[in-house]
Structures are given as C-alpha cells and as structure tokens.
Design a protein around this ligand. Structure first.
Ligand code: ADP
Length: 266
C-alpha cells in the first residue's frame, strides 16, 4: 500500500490538517512484474536461436564448408532456428495486435461441422504419418456459430497442433461441438496424449508457460499457442478451459456465440 500525505495549509492558521491517501498498488506491481517477466522471456526465447545460428555459421566459416555433408547439416540447423524465430515473432505480433485490440474481429456465420472437418483435413497428412486417428462429432441440428472464421481457424489449428505434438502414435484426437447454456456453442479438442500435471494446469494459458521447455522447443513450439487461442476466444466473448489427466489425455473446450436462428418465418 502506498501512502501519500498532503498537509492542508490555511494562510492565517498555518498547517491545519493532513490528507492521507492510501493506494493499493499490489495490482499495479503485479502487472509491472509480469511485464518485466514477459520481456525477459522474449529476450531469452530470441537469444537461444540467435546463439545457435551464430555458432553454426562460425563453424561453417572455420572449415566445415570444406566438408559438404557436415556443411549441409549445419545449414539445416541454421534454417530450423531461423524458422523458429520467424514463428516466434509472428506469434508475438499476433498477440500484440490482440492486446491492442487492433485485430478486427469480423463476426460472420460459420458452419461448425465444415469448420471442424476443414481442420481435420489440414492435419490429415501429419496425422496419417504419425498414425493418429481423428474424429469429428457435431450435435445434430446445431445452429451456425457467430465468429471470425480466420481467427477461430487459428485457435483450432493451435489446439489440434498441440494435441498432435503431445500424443503418441496410435492415439486419437476428437473434435466435438454442441450447444451450451446461454445461446452458446462449446467446441472441444480432446486427445489421448501425455496429459498435463495438475500443478501446471492453472498456469498453462500464460505466455511462454510450458510443462517441459526442452520438449516444447524440440517440437518447434513457441510457448504462445494457448495464450493466442485464449485471447482470440476472449475477443469473441467466449471462455476457454482445459482439463487433463497425466498419462491419459487432455481436453480443451472453448465457447462461441451462436448465430441468431435463421429460420425466421416471413
Ligand atoms: P507450445 O508452443 O509449447 O506448444 P502452447 O502455449 O501451445 O505452447 O502450450 C503450452 C504448454 O502446454 C506446452 O508446452 C505443453 O507443455 C502443454 N500442452 C498444451 N497442449 C497440450 C496437450 N494437448 N497435451 C499435453 N500438453 C499440452
């Protein structure tokens, strides 16, 4: 708590009293601390690939270029790390646009079955390669969703890409949609993967929070996928939550507004 004291002067009497202002600064300080942590995280995340790029290009310069197979491996590493930096910066820009409310949400009616089947199609090659089955279930007669299709596609891509990353071959991913109370629609992405420990669940939507940093990096993750998904869902007026059982699987559910009933009699 910050205390500010201001004396009250009266010309003929001198100081006649004091005004004390008590200000609760805990929220402000928390915000500052999380801002500092974010900057430290971004710097670290960018520094790691830069250091790798620097050392591999030095190694090429120091003679590795004369050994073509080795050189081509090193170039591969450099390309990988550059790719990671591009993903990271793209994610950061996206988050910053969402934070500044610059990302216009263009609400349109969207067919939920089509939306989910399209995601399954986008990932079908990877799923086949990894021997992961996918399933789409949509409640019969479900109305259309009211959403920005591009943005919600990004949410679904992030969730399915996580489900793929953290599910072993032979597992499965189910995407489901059903009506929810309050004229909403709930969409969930459920996997049979490695799951998330209980102690991490509360913090999993925080920027750069990962259960296992090394694993996430080796999978090409930026640690921002779930934070971006959450910001997009909140911008739609929805909510997002996660349930997970270690070793059993994970289920992420988010809500969206339903479009008004089309069948208005004329
Ligand atoms: P990342 O780029 O690391 O995947 P995310 O923000 O998308 O970042 O996810 C944050 C962390 O949450 C991941 O690093 C991982 O530890 C955990 N996680 C997310 N989705 C799943 C899932 N389906 N199964 C297991 N762990 C998950």
């Amino acid at each position: 708590i910050r205390v500010t004291l201001t004396p009250i002067h009266r010309r003929e009497f001198g100081i006649t009293g004091t005004i004390a202002v008590l200000q609760d600064v805990t929220e402000q300080e928390k915000l500052e601390a999380s801002r500092r942590e974010f900057v430290a995280n971004v710097s670290h995340e960018l520094r790691t690939p830069l250091t790798t790029i620097k050392s591999y290009s030095e190694a090429l310069d120091d003679g590795a270029l004369d050994d073509p197979p080795l050189a081509s491996r090193f170039v591969g590493v450099i390309q990988n790390e550059t790719g990671r930096m591009i993903r990271l910066v793209t994610d950061l820009l996206h988050l910053s646009r969402l934070d500044n409310k610059e990302a216009l949400i263009r609400m349109q009616q969207a067919d939920v079955l089509e939306m989910l089947e399209d995601v399954a199609d986008r990932f079908s090659f990877q799923m086949q390669q990894k021997d992961i089955r996918s399933e789409v279930r949509v409640e019969e007669g479900l109305q259309k969703a009211l959403c920005d299709r591009d943005q919600i596609d990004q949410v679904l891509d992030n969730l399915v890409s996580n489900a793929m990353k953290y599910t072993q071959p032979g597992g499965s991913i189910a995407m489901e949609a059903a009506g929810a109370p309050g004229n909403l629609l709930a969409i969930s992405v459920q996997d049979t993967g490695i799951g998330i420990p209980k102690k991490d669940l509360d913090r999993i939507f925080e920027r750069f929070y990962r259960v296992d940093k090394a694993r996430s990096r080796s999978m090409g993750g930026t640690g921002l996928g779930l934070s971006i998904a959450r910001e997009i869902v909140l911008a739609h007026g929805g909510t997002i939550s996660i349930q997970s059982e270690l070793g059993q699987g994970t289920k992420v559910t988010f809500t969206l507004p339903l479009a008004a009933n089309e069948g208005v009699a004329t």
